[in-house]
Design a protein around this ligand. Structure first.
Ligand SMILES: O=C(CO)[C@@H](O)[C@H](O)COP(=O)(O)O
Length: 188
């Protein structure tokens, strides 16, 4: 299971997650920041497992990917809605996860941008084993589109937090993604 936390490491929430899962959580830090270079070392020291940065926020993605790896973390690379997937493609073989934003970065509760799905589909076709994540407006009504396009990881905020039954929403989201992934592997 992956978490994109906004909590401090060593926080009681982390300890509680550790107990509930019976394993160490996987921390993917989605850095929606300018100058992502400056946070690599602090995040590695804090215990992050993966460091996801925005392609638009750096002039030298290659050097940043190298630095993240040298600091012992996996690499995620995100693109905003206005960035075409061709900009990400040259780096796809050097990263662990591509993140296609399905809202403009900023805040939760925005409308899912279905017109981002061709990016996901193109990436899945070109890079069958790459982790592909979508973030923004993903919930029970939209997750099928993401999973069918080829996303195997999703971020979901308000659909879970506003639900009266968050557990069943999480299970539904998880099942839709894993069933689509299973079907893809059978089709191959
Ligand atoms: O941080 C962002 C967008 O800036 C996203 O991670 C959203 O916050 C996800 O929340 P929902 O769109 O699912 O409410």
């Amino acid at each position: 299971m992956h978490f994109v936390p906004n909590i401090t490491f060593g926080h009681p929430v982390v300890e509680s997650l550790r107990k509930q899962l019976g394993q160490d959580p996987f921390f993917d830090m989605h850095m929606m920041v300018s100058r992502p270079e400056q946070w690599v070392k602090p995040m590695a020291i804090a215990g992050a497992n993966q460091y996801t940065f925005h392609l638009e926020a750096t002039e030298n993605p290659g050097a940043l990917i190298k630095d993240i790896r040298e600091n012992g973390m996996k690499v995620g690379l995100a693109i905003k809605p206005g960035t075409t997937v061709e900009y990400l493609a040259p780096w796809a073989n050097q990263i662990d996860m591509a993140l296609v934003m399905t809202v403009e970065p900023g805040f939760g509760g925005q409308k899912f941008m279905e017109d981002m799905m061709p990016k996901v589909h193109w990436l899945r076709t070109q890079f069958p084993s790459l982790d592909i994540e979508v973030d923004g407006g993903v919930g029970p009504d939209t997750v099928h589109k993401c999973a069918e396009a080829g996303a195997n990881m999703i971020v979901s905020g308000s659909a879970i937090m506003r639900s009266e039954d968050p557990r069943s929403v999480i299970n539904l989201l998880r099942n839709v993604c894993s069933e689509a992934a299973q079907k893809r592997s059978l089709d191959r």
